[in-house]
Design a protein around this ligand. Structure first.
Ligand SMILES: Cc1cc2nc3c(=O)[nH]c(=O)nc-3n(C[C@H](O)[C@H](O)[C@H](O)COP(=O)(O)OP(=O)(O)OC[C@H]3O[C@@H](n4cnc5c(N)ncnc54)[C@H](O)[C@@H]3O)c2cc1C
Length: 378
């Protein structure tokens, strides 16, 4: 092939969002030479538009390995946040006061209670630490709840973080350990090449590598096909509103309302199957605001100062995809819809597996081959 000699790295990570950056950081921690490529500002980036929960209590219904994996990440989070601070001086604002799913009305409470029962059953002897609180118990935990709140689910393992500081810290920590970062560098082709891979960017740069990790969010569908990986991800829009700053009134995060360290209150979030549309839509914004007000009437005094829509990276069953290509070993796909929660596990557990040669049994339940099996049963 003509052109300048390609750069060479042990691993190229495609995607510089929370998933790609956490894995890339984890890989340089393992002593590997790593290049991380990201698209420009036109990119769809869930990592810059999310709610910032490190959330355990609802995860894993139907695939308990996911509950365990999520919990392991939550357990790693306190040290992970400290490590990022030590390495690059960025406090990501991680706090773990426990979290609550507030329910309005008996129907929602019953639904949440049933999910918890199923999770308790699936956990077996491992146990599952989350419980239903009645209204009186909630009042002790959270003052100022609206009259429509009937109860809720509480888990001590839930917490929250500033997702933007997290993204920044992961990038800085990656660079501080010698990682090569290319912004505005969309990977347009990944080609299996002599037992490794050649990654070409739209700017014409070429990087040779022994392994390639596709952490490109919704971009993984297209990139995966180049290396024999079937990555059936699709967008699911979420809208978020943010209020002006207020005096602290909410110590612990709830699934739809959380107060940030800076004092703003985030109100979330919708689940809209509308393709690649990221616009804020007044009717949905109204629903989000009304639900938040039913939980916390005090919010009525605050003005909304920001609003946005962003696209979740969803798999068909909502569980992560961690897959190594059978046709081209050394090519990995990493996708999930809880990249904040799982950042610690991606950096400290998943990346070492890639560095060590493969995903091993630990991550086998998350293979995308589970979708082939579903297809065969139909
Ligand atoms: C409204 C909303 C609320 C959420 N709330 C939470 C929450 O509270 N807690 C939680 O854990 N998760 C939450 N999430 C999910 C979380 O944000 C995502 O799981 C996470 O951001 C996914 O990160 P990602 O890196 O896979 O994808 P993205 O953030 O979409 O990043 C993908 C990156 O890949 C790059 N890319 C794509 N194609 C290419 C290419 N060809 N070459 C180079 N680069 C490429 C893009 O530039 C982009 O930067 C939420 C998401 C949304 C939308």
């Amino acid at each position: 092939m003509s052109g300048p000699t390609p750069l060479s790295r042990d691993v190229v990570v495609v995607g510089g969002g929370l998933v790609g950056a956490a894995v890339a950081y984890g890989l340089v921690r393992q002593g590997l030479s790593v290049a991380m490529l990201d698209e420009g500002d036109v990119a769809y980036r869930a990592s810059r538009g999310n709610f910032g929960l490190v959330w355990v209590q609802s995860k894993g219904d139907g695939l308990f390995d996911y509950a365990r994996w999520t919990r392991s990440s939550a357990d790693l989070w306190p040290d992970f946040a400290e490590t990022l601070k030590d390495e690059v001086g960025i406090a990501v604002g991680y706090r773990k006061p426990g979290g609550v799913h507030l329910c309005h009305g008996e129907e929602e409470l019953e639904e949440v209670e049933l999910r918890l029962k199923r999770l308790h059953n699936q956990a077996g002897p491992d146990g599952y630490e989350a419980e239903i609180l009645d209204r009186a118990e909630l009042d002790e935990l959270i003052p100022g709840l609206g009259p429509e709140v009937t109860g809720g689910a509480y888990s001590p393992h839930d917490g929250h973080v500033s997702p933007l500081y997290l993204l920044r810290a992961l990038h800085e920590a990656f660079l501080a350990r010698g990682g090569l970062y290319r912004a505005e560098s969309r990977a347009r082709r990944v080609t299996p090449d002599g037992g490794g891979f050649l990654v070409e960017t739209e700017k014409g740069e070429r990087i040779r590598c022994g392994r390639v990790v596709l952490g490109a969010g919704l971009g993984n569908r297209e990139l995966g096909a180049m290396v024999g990986l079937d990555v059936p991800v699709h967008p699911l829009k979420g809208q978020i509103l943010v209020t002006e700053r207020a005096a602290p009134f909410l110590d612990l995060p709830t699934i739809y309302v959380r107060q940030t360290e800076e004092g703003t209150v985030m109100l979330g979030d919708s689940h809209e199957d509308v393709g690649f549309d990221t616009f804020s839509k007044p009717p949905v914004m109204g629903d989000i605001a009304r639900r938040a007000l039913r939980s916390f009437p005090v919010l009525r005094q605050l003005r909304i100062v920001r609003a946005w829509g962003a696209l979740r990276v969803m798999t068909p069953d909502g569980f992560p995809i961690y897959e190594e290509s059978e046709a081209h070993p050394g090519a990995f796909a990493v996708n999930c819809h809880s990249g904040v929660t799982l950042a610690a596990a991606h950096a400290l557990r998943l990346a070492p597996l890639i560095a060590g040669g493969g995903f091993a049994d630990t991550l086998a339940p998350f293979s995308s081959r589970r979708f082939d099996a579903d297809a065969h049963q139909e």
